[in-house]
Design a binder for this molecule. Structure first.
Ligand SMILES: Cc1ncc(COP(=O)(O)O)c(C=O)c1O
Length: 385
């Protein structure tokens, strides 16, 4: 095999990102200013939400959404354990308790029946992730939530451009939170966004991200004469810089192209993998159009040690891959917190899944190499070598 190295993810940056960053620098306005406003407008249009509020990361977006809903000590929030640890950490940072519910093994998203079983009189909200860009079954989750008067917050960190029943993720009646970390569809370096249909909530989120200040710097700058701000409630510094937002504006202009590239690459993997035994390609429910933020496969009948050996074998063949999704409840920092019963699908998926290289401009040739490396690693004995 050749010694080329294929990364697991790679952002696509070009002249447009450079020129907008320069524009921000030359304007002298480098935080929470006009470029952030442009970025918010671009995301709001793309997800068909009337309001988009930029913040410093996907994690601060999730935290602020829960905080604005009043989630606090004594409350429980239902979350998947099979996800990224930020989804549980933000609940803890609100002073509340994350309660882990099991997932549907075909999508790795929260199983609505498991959510219903996890509800107690203390439950305030469900934090539902669209894992790796695969839309969760929102109608089913919302039906459980409305039976128990729970808020639904969507962790859409990975789901920009994904669609549920034809509608973009982020445009529903729920609060949705996005991330612009380098492994996401649109990349700022760091950054997050909250989308909502509720204008009053958006106004409050805008204050909370900026120390609770009643007027943004931009509003004061644009006002005639001197305006003195006040602080009706205690907030945070979760501002996004205009330098990061400039990259985001340039990336949003290319969103359709990024999505096309990823969907074409996923279709190519689907075809190539149909001839590889023991590796199951992602399953896409009828209601979902994923963005393929990641391409996750299941190594059938594997345990964590066999799967990890496969990751090593791929690495030795020049292919960077990662374990699929973590099980948060298994991490030492969570101890017994939030565990109310067994999570068999979560544990199976955490042991058996892996992520293959996926980015908007991945070469078809490189994908062929990835699948050849996979076949080679699995070959012979039936075990990873
Ligand atoms: C499901 C999920 N939630 C939350 C986050 C946190 O986003 P960020 O890294 O921007 O804080 C991530 C990103 O890594 C994620 O994948």
């Amino acid at each position: 095999m050749s010694q080329r190295r294929i990364p697991v993810a790679r952002p696509t940056f070009g002249d447009r990102e450079e020129s907008l960053v320069l524009e921000a620098l030359r304007s002298g306005w480098v935080t929470q200013g006009p470029m952030v406003e442009r970025f918010e407008g671009a995301v709001a249009r793309a997800v068909e939400a009337p309001e988009a509020v930029a913040v410093s990361s996907g994690t601060t977006a999730l935290f602020l959404a829960l905080h604005a809903l009043g989630v606090g000590p004594g409350d429980e929030v239902i979350v998947p354990s099979l996800s990224f640890i930020a989804i549980a950490n933000v609940v803890v940072h609100c002073g509340a308790t994350p309660v882990f519910a099991d997932v549907d093994p075909s999508t790795y998203n929260l199983d609505p029946k498991a959510v219903a079983a996890a509800v107690t009189p203390r439950t305030r909200a469900v934090l539902v992730a669209h894992q790796l860009g695969m839309p969760a079954d929102l109608d089913a989750i919302e039906a459980v939530a409305s039976r128990h008067s729970l808020a639904v917050v969507e962790d859409a960190a990975c789901a920009l451009g994904s669609r549920y029943r034809g509608r973009p993720i982020g445009g529903s009646a729920n609060i949705a939170c996005f991330s612009f970390h380098p492994r996401k569809i649109v990349v700022c370096g760091e950054g997050g966004m909250i989308t909502t249909r509720d204008a009053a909530l958006a106004g409050r989120l805008r204050r909370l991200r900026h120390q609770g200040m009643s007027l943004s710097d931009l509003a004061r700058h644009r006002a005639k004469g001197v305006v003195i701000e006040d602080y009706p409630e205690i907030g945070y510094n979760f501002r996004l810089s205009d330098i990061h937002a400039a990259v985001g504006v340039a990336q949003m202009e290319q969103l359709d192209r990024f999505l096309e590239g990823r969907r074409a690459a996923a279709a190519r993997y689907d075809r190539l993998l149909s001839e590889v035994d023991r590796i199951e390609a992602p399953r896409v429910p009828d209601y979902a159009l994923p963005n393929y933020q990641s391409y996750i496969v299941r190594y059938l009948n594997a345990d964590a040690a066999t799967r990890n050996a496969l990751l090593e074998a791929l690495d030795a063949r020049g292919v960077a891959s990662r374990r699929g999704l973590m099980a948060i409840h298994a991490e030492p920092c969570y101890g017994d917190v939030g565990l109310r019963g067994p999570l068999p699908e979560t544990e199976r998926a955490a042991a058996q899944t892996l992520i293959l290289p996926m980015y908007a401009d991945i070469e078809a040739d490189d994908q062929v190499h990835v699948v050849e490396a996979l076949r080679d690693a699995l070959d012979g004995t039936g075990k990873a070598t």
